[in-house]
Design a binder for this molecule. Sequence first.
Ligand code: PLP
Length: 404
Amino acid sequence: MRRIQTSSVHAGRDDFAKLGVHASPIDLSTTYPVHDLAAGTASFDALVGGAAQAENPIYARLHNPTVARTEQAIAELEGSGSCVAFGSGMAALSALLLARRASGSHVLVVRPIYGSADHLLACGALGLEAEFVSVEDIADKRRDDTTLIIVETPANPTLKLVDIRAVVAAAGDVPVMVDSTFATPILQNPAKLGARYVLHSATKFLGGHGDVIAGVVCCADQDALALRQMRALTGALLHPLGAYLLHRGLATLALRVERAQANAIEIAARLACHAAVAKVYFPGMVGNENGQLVGDGIAAQMRGPGALMAMELHGGLGAAAATMAAVKLITPAVSLGSVDTLIQHPAGLTHRVVDEQARETHGITPGLLRLSVGIEHVEDLWSDLDQALTCAVDFAAQRLRDAA
Ligand code: PLP
């Protein structure tokens, strides 16, 4: 079996030799001629039933070869039988929730998770009853109509690590979905630990260049049928141009993650000693919960800490705003996993839609900033961050003077 660095470059390219091409052809057809009606009907039936492919693609809402190649690549990276791609991470989550509704309407969710995912679940928009629980409560809270258990690890935005094996053990026969966006398949493969569904916002590291919105669910072939059915029903498609960009981004995924992670390890260590910073949240760092889940120990589920971190500033909201205003090289923006470094304020942006009490309970405070480290030179990143955080220190000092 080829190694993940090789899969990152070569996966999803099996038909290139037959096609005589070196890059994935972008098929923009919306419809495909049906000269033989009986064969066309058979293809239609297969695709509407959720088949991955058929002799005739019929219509681009049912199948697209450029999208299918990207899916094949991600399935290989994740070590799952199938992958189903959608127009965004939220579309992927919605399709999975709708598909699971057939077997129950109760879901258990371990907070924190991405703000909009939390909002979707909490507001009951899809007719589901979401119950927010701790890992320890899962076994007791399971019901006959519980159809899915949702966790995110590392979690957005505090990088909290959830023990996937413990969740799977507590879940019994209820399927577990792990949002593994922060880890990428380079660092973590939840399906190999028993998760039935692995979700990625492919907008992030998988695409990697901040120019495509996409989402995927990786799962067994049998489970993919219902997801493709739901995608065809709701039209939550990934456009072939987006799929092309995503596939192109995958080629450098391993390289990008390795480099960004090396930068992040250095930056997290320096942040921990910075006068503006009260606490750094970085997987596996001393003082962080569940550090045994990172590395090569027996309990590990993540091969490295990744490139995301969060920091609590001494100066609260004012210091966080001052830092975001002062960065010059780093972009103050939501999203993550791009080649360039991004910093954002979860309480004011990505997690603003989360219940205020829940934000507080899960450490999404006014002084929390989330940093997505890119592949720039670490010293350039540090000098920008250091000068921006110095503005935060000045802000905190001024506040103290004002209070005196
Ligand atoms: N999951 C996580 C962990 C995310 O961070 C995001 C978006 O930031 C999503 C899901 C949703 O993905 P998208 O923005 O592609 O819809």
